[in-house]
Ligand binder design. Sequence first.
Ligand SMILES: [Fe+2]
Length: 313
Amino acid sequence: MKKRFMEMDVLGANRINEADLLNEINLEISVLKGLDIFTNAHVLGVVKVTMAMCKKMKMKYEDVKRCVLAAYLHDVGKIRIPPEILQKTSKLTDEEYHIMKKHTVYGYEVCMEYPNFRDLAPIVRGHHENLDGTGYPDGLKEEDIPEEASLIKVADVYDALTQRRQYKDGYKQSEAFKIMIGDVQKGKMSALYLKVLLSVVVDDLTEKYETHYNNVLTLHQNLEILHELEKLYKDIYDRGLTPKIEKKLRQYELAPGYDMSTNANLLIIKQKALEKEAEWRDFCEDELKVITKMLKEVTKISDKIQRENRYKD
Ligand SMILES: [Fe+2]
């Protein structure tokens, strides 16, 4: 069986300092300066996702570095694709698509020119291969595709589907995963690495959900105080500033110059913020429900494949 990143290094993974690693790698990749801004934004997205996946798998530092460096370089061959094809916003013609696909081979050639990148060249070349042999440029199958290329492919497709581009809106995460699960079921994409990405996204969404949930609570409390103050200001308007009201106002330790209109403005701002936060909280909750189910489904597929592979061995 092909070597997977099974050698875990729990302490090593905790030791990874993202800033240091990215800094170290950044020094090596001046070759990327020639990329257009859209490809560049995509590359950074793929790097971020790859890094999170490697950490989730608790990979060894050297393996993480290798994967992240390859993620930086995966589309470097696009330097040699004519800009009118690269930035075309409508569907590519067959001929243009044929040229576009060459970025894998160009990327390989660019990497071969640099002694430091030579052993990454096959990963860059293989990031559009499919496990069933239907990918490009070489139509490689399962065992012949570098493991890192299968991992980066998952990060690549996810970023391509979810990020907003100059010509399209991004898919919701759950919509992107629906498409990617289709690729796993067709035998094109790695179930194991999709499982890893799904669990990264579940963690991330859980954290986001908790943040929005807490923000909603805080804003509710803020609004309660603002409503109390609004009532006090109304009392002042009706009855004038009595010693009792003055005493109550003092409890709020208001900033100098704070008055009825400041309060009214704050009420509007906080109310809008509350609506937005509640919307985000509900969105995260819905996505989390769907994606947690997907994680279970893909885990089943991945476990089954691993059992079959073990049986083959
Ligand atoms: Fe690519």
